[in-house]
Design a protein around this ligand. Structure first.
Ligand code: HEM
Length: 197
C-alpha cells in the first residue's frame, strides 16, 4: 500500500538531524508558515502527514483575514482613481459632481481606510509570528507596501481637494496615477507568493 501523499509532501520539510528531546521525534516545518510541530517519526514514505497544530491554525486564520483585507484595500485603491477620472468631466456644482463626492468619501472612509488598517495589523502579525523579518522578499514587499500606503495618503488628499471643488490636476494625471497601485500590487503578490529571495 502506498503512503505517498505527494501534494502534502511538498508542503512539509523534515529537518533531519535536528531531533530534540525524545529520539524518534523530528521537528517538522510547515514551510509556508514556518511553524514547527513535533510528532513521532513516521515510517518511510509517511513523512508527509500534516498534523493539526493550534498555532499554525491561528496563523492561517490571520492570513485569511489578511488576504480579505488586502482584497478590499486593493479594490478601493484600483477604483478610487477611476472615480477621479470621471469626476474631472463633471462640472463644479453639478449634481454629478456632488454624487462623485459622496462616492469618493464613502469608498475612502468605509472601505479603503479600515481595510488598510487590518491589512497592516494582520500582515505585521504574520511577519512576526512566522519569523519572516530576515527574508529579502519581505523587505521588498514592505518597501512596496509603504509606497502603496503613501499613494493611499495622496488619494485621501485628492478626495479632500475634490470635496472642496479644488481641481489642481488634469484628467490625464489621474489616468496615469491609476496604474501605480496596479503595478505595486503585482510585484507585492509575486514577492509573497514566489518568495524569490
Ligand atoms: C501592510 C503590510 C504587509 C505585511 C507586513 C505583510 C506581510 C505578510 C506576511 C508575513 C504574509 C505571510 C506569508 C506566508 O505565510 O507565506 C503575508 C501573506 C500575504 N500577503 Fe501580505 N503583507 C502586507 C501587505 C500586503 C499587501 C498590500 C498585499 C497585496 C497587495 C499582500 C498580499 C498578501 C498575500 C496574497 C498573502 C498570502 C500569501 C500566501 O498565502 O502564501 N500583503 N503578508
Amino acid at each position: 500500500m502506498s503512503h505517498n501523499h505527494g501534494h502534502t509532501d511538498s508542503n512539509l520539510k523534515i529537518l533531519k538531524g535536528l531531533s530534540v528531546g525524545e529520539p524518534n521525534k523530528q521537528i517538522c516545518v510547515h514551510w509556508k508558515t514556518l511553524t514547527t510541530s513535533y510528532y513521532p517519526q513516521p515510517p518511510e514514505g509517511r513523512s508527509q502527514i500534516r498534523m493539526p497544530n493550534m498555532s499554525e491554525d491561528v496563523y492561517l486564520w490571520i492570513k485569511a483575514l489578511h488576504v480579505i483585507a488586502v482584497i478590499s484595500w486593493m479594490a478601493g485603491m484600483l477604483y478610487l482613481p477611476r472615480l477621479f477620472v470621471y469626476h474631472c468631466d463633471a462640472d463644479i456644482g453639478s449634481k454629478q459632481s456632488e454624487t462623485f463626492k459622496v462616492m469618493e468619501r464613502r469608498l475612502l472612509r468605509a472601505i479603503i481606510n479600515p481595510a488598510m488598517g487590518v491589512t497592516w495589523l494582520a500582515g505585521l502579525y504574520l511577519a512576526w509570528s512566522g519569523h519572516w523579518f530576515t527574508f529579502g522578499w519581505l523587505h521588498v514587499k514592505l518597501a512596496l507596501v509603504l509606497a502603496m500606503s503613501a499613494v493611499h495618503g495622496f488619494f485621501s488628499r485628492c478626495v479632500k481637494d475634490f470635496a472642496a471643488d479644488r481641481r489642481p490636476r488634469s484628467q490625464k494625471f489621474y489616468r496615469i496615477i491609476n496604474e501605480v497601485p496596479t503595478v505595486l500590487m503585482i510585484v507585492i503578490v509575486i514577492m509573497v507568493i514566489v518568495k524569490p529571495f
